[in-house]
Design a protein around this ligand. Structure first.
Ligand code: ADP
Length: 212
């Protein structure tokens, strides 16, 4: 595993967050999810959150300027290698990221998480996350922990955008706007395709072997 600028692409619930965090831990990289950060901004009612909210509730992408501002501010602050989950999601975002990285953009690797729609739909309705930290899991796990996060004690719940109607809209936008990003990385030899079905550990083995 040599690359230390890794971006994760994939339809909703394809496992970007789970694999991104496993990867960051294993390779000692910093991890950032633009989606999680945007939900946090909405929750605390920041200016950025107020701007993002209408897009999130309807399953659309936030404007490129907004996503770019979030991601580039984070990259500028971070020391060492990193994993970006959910950024870039559009061609202009991918091009701007390459510009910002300069020659280092050659070392970037994009992981495209793939899986059948029926499985993604199942995961969306089953997924639970912590409101206070990056923990994510399933409904059964959340119930077993009595609704309290095993990592930080925060409240476990369902994401506001994890309903089937919103999922289908997000999937449509993914196909329209993010598959071209995968193509962009494929053309420059930087795309790695990961079959995302299986336990997190099984999928992570594939991630590691692709990056080796
Ligand atoms: P998922 O992959 O399950 O849709 P994420 O947490 O990655 O979940 O993203 C949730 C939402 O946040 C997206 O549907 C979109 O509205 C917004 N978002 C996250 N990252 C970006 C981005 N790079 N560009 C535009 N919108 C984004």
């Amino acid at each position: 595993m040599s690359a230390s600028a890794i971006v994760l692409l994939g339809p909703p619930a394809s496992g970007k967050g789970t694999q991104g965090r496993l990867l960051a831990k294993e390779k000692m990289l910093s991890y950032f999810s633009t989606g999680k950060q945007l939900r946090q901004e909405v929750k605390v009612g920041s200016l950025l959150g107020k701007e993002a909210e209408p897009y999130l509730v309807t399953g659309h992408y936030v404007p490129d300027e907004l996503a770019l501002a979030l991601a580039t501010a984070w990259i500028r602050k971070v020391k060492g290698g990193w994993v970006l989950d959910g950024f870039p999601r559009t061609l202009p975002q991918a091009e701007e990221l390459d510009q910002a990285l300069g020659v280092d953009s050659d070392c970037l690797r994009a992981l495209l998480m793939e899986g059948p729609v029926a499985e993604l739909e199942r995961r969306v309705t089953d997924r639970r996350e912590c409101t206070g930290c990056p923990w994510t899991g399933t409904k059964v796990q959340a119930e077993a922990f009595g609704g309290a996060c095993p990592s930080c004690g925060g409240r476990l719940g369902q994401r506001d955008d994890d309903d089937l109607e919103n999922f289908r809209q997000r999937l449509k936008v993914f196909e329209e706007l993010t598959l071209p990003v995968a193509e962009y990385y494929e053309q420059s030899g930087r795309l790695l395709r990961i079959w995302g079905v299986g336990t997190p550990a099984e999928v992570f083995k594939r991630v590691k072997s692709e990056l080796a």
